[in-house]
Design a protein around this ligand. Structure first.
Ligand SMILES: N[C@@H](CCC(=O)N[C@@H](CS)C(=O)NCC(=O)O)C(=O)O
Length: 286
């Protein structure tokens, strides 16, 4: 069978994992789609040809001759995959369940839930030194190099100007000596950690159990799973220790000493981690 759609993906992208979880859960045959790797580590998402597919320069995306335009949001992508094969199982029809699912989707996609807080921010000299010596520095610097190259090649392109400035601000903290200019960055990072802790608390109170919105796995499970797995990995958890929350917990406690991962989150994580889709996509955290 000729592939019917193309998924643009990257192993280190949390939102791309939503697509992979949905493909696994629905058992979509592998000959039905192509996978195209967009290497975020080298800024391949900033290739002008990819920006034509996804004007935000993000993964995941899906293209298909049957679509009027590419899908560029993981929420839409999961729903597309869900609708491919038989029953639309991951998107509940019951209005009460739907509302619970939507609250979780909104939460994990909110600004305060951004996992770049864990991956890229630093609250003091020690953390900044650690980040500067890690692969996260390569990520930030490679992005800047690629963005500046593309901007030079096409100065009037509306995508590159704002992105060069946005990533450039972070790039500066990664490439200059740690000093007074870092003070506001450290304070903002601490605030971001406090906000991230509030998101984890909110998730804990929203979870229904055993799965995110109750007895059945829904889209809420897969978005929350990809998000939390990436945060655990970014915190430096041993990638094979799927159930180990201690590293992330300790990191957050530096900003919020009373913080712990809630009991409902732990129960939910144990339930979702036991599913075949989770095991296929997350043999290790990423
Ligand atoms: N709202 C989008 C967000 C996608 C997104 O931010 N993807 C990240 C990786 S998880 C990305 O491609 N980042 C690259 C960048 O922002 O330059 C979705 O849910 O699909």
């Amino acid at each position: 069978m000729a592939p019917q759609f193309t998924v643009y993906t990257f192993a280190g992208s949390q939102w791309a994992q939503v697509a992979h979880l949905a493909l696994a859960q629905k058992g979509v045959p592998e000959d039905k789609y192509d996978l195209k790797e967009i290497d975020l580590m080298t800024g391949a998402n900033f290739d002008p040809e990819y920006i034509k597919i996804n004007p935000n320069g993000t993964v995941p995306s899906i293209t298909s001759p049957s679509l009027d335009k590419p899908l560029t949001e993981s929420v839409d992508i999961l729903r597309y995959i869900d609708a491919l094969e038989g029953r639309n199982a991951l998107v509940p029809s019951d209005p009460a369940v739907k509302a619970k699912v939507q609250a979780i989707l909104d939460l994990v996609h909110s600004h305060d839930a951004g996992t770049n807080t864990i991956l890229l921010l630093a609250r003091d000299k020690e953390e900044m030194t650690g980040k500067k010596a890690s692969g996260f520095k390569d990520f930030v610097v490679n992005r800047q190099t690629r963005l500046e190259k593309e901007q030079a090649a096409d100065p009037s392109h509306s995508f590159y100007g704002p992105k060069v400035l946005e990533n450039g601000a972070l790039n500066k903290f990664y490439t200059t000596e740690i000093g007074d200019e870092h003070k506001d960055f450290f304070k903002d990072s601490d605030d971001a950690y406090k906000a991230f802790a509030r998101v984890l608390d909110s998730l804990d109170s929203l979870l229904v159990l055993p799965y995110a919105a109750g007895d059945a796995v829904t889209e809420a499970d897969f978005h929350a799973t990809a998000w939390l797995a990436h945060a655990l990995w970014g915190a430096g958890t041993n990638a094979t220790q799927i159930q180990d929350f201690s590293v992330l917990e300790k990191l957050i406690q530096k900003s919020v000493p009373s913080f712990t991962i809630g009991g409902r989150t732990r129960q939910w994580w144990a339930s979702i981690a036991a599913t075949a889709a989770f095991k296929k996509v997350f043999p290790t955290l990423h």
